[in-house]
Design a protein around this ligand. Structure first.
Ligand code: RB5
Length: 146
């Protein structure tokens, strides 16, 4: 799968672990930075990943900051993006089954690495169920003027 990924200074270490892990799993990873601990502004990174996913360049996006919150707020401003910041593996799975989430937001400072890896694995491997859930996503898309 083509996956866009980015982080700010508070998330770049976890991002690098995820890039290594995703590539080892055979995914094609588009890394939009950052790659240092120098302070930067998370919206600039969130928008790059979100535009990549919304345009179809990549199928999914993963964003990492200190909490995952700022990334999630920003990503959801881009039309076509359904970004989530799950608290556990069940939420990560359900965000795919019912919400067709296309961007996953994670917090390096607030989440356990083992749980993050489990969340990413299930989030990438779970399909959208469609049906009544598709109708609800259409209602969300209408809010974007579509
Ligand atoms: C950076 O200090 C921090 O605010 C950022 O990584 C993120 O947690 C914002 O939501």
């Amino acid at each position: 799968m083509k996956i866009a990924i980015a982080a700010d200074h508070a998330g770049f270490r976890l991002k690098q672990s995820l890039v290594d892990r995703l590539e080892a799993q055979g995914h094609r990873v588009f890394d939009f930075g950052t790659n240092t601990a120098d302070s930067c502004d998370y919206p600039e990174y969130a928008v790059e990943v979100s535009r990549s996913v919304a345009s179809g360049e990549t199928a999914r996006g993963i964003l990492v900051c200190g909490t995952g919150l700022g990334m999630c707020i920003t990503a959801n401003k881009v039309a076509g993006i359904r970004a989530v910041g799950p608290c556990d593996v069940t939420q990560a799975e359900m965000s795919r089954r019912h919400n067709d989430a296309n961007v996953l937001c994670l917090g390096e400072r607030t989440m356990d690495n083992r749980m993050i890896f489990d969340m990413v694995d299930i989030w990438l491997s779970t399909e959208f169920e469609g049906g009544r859930h598709a109708r609800r996503l259409e209602l969300i898309a209408e809010l974007e003027g579509k």
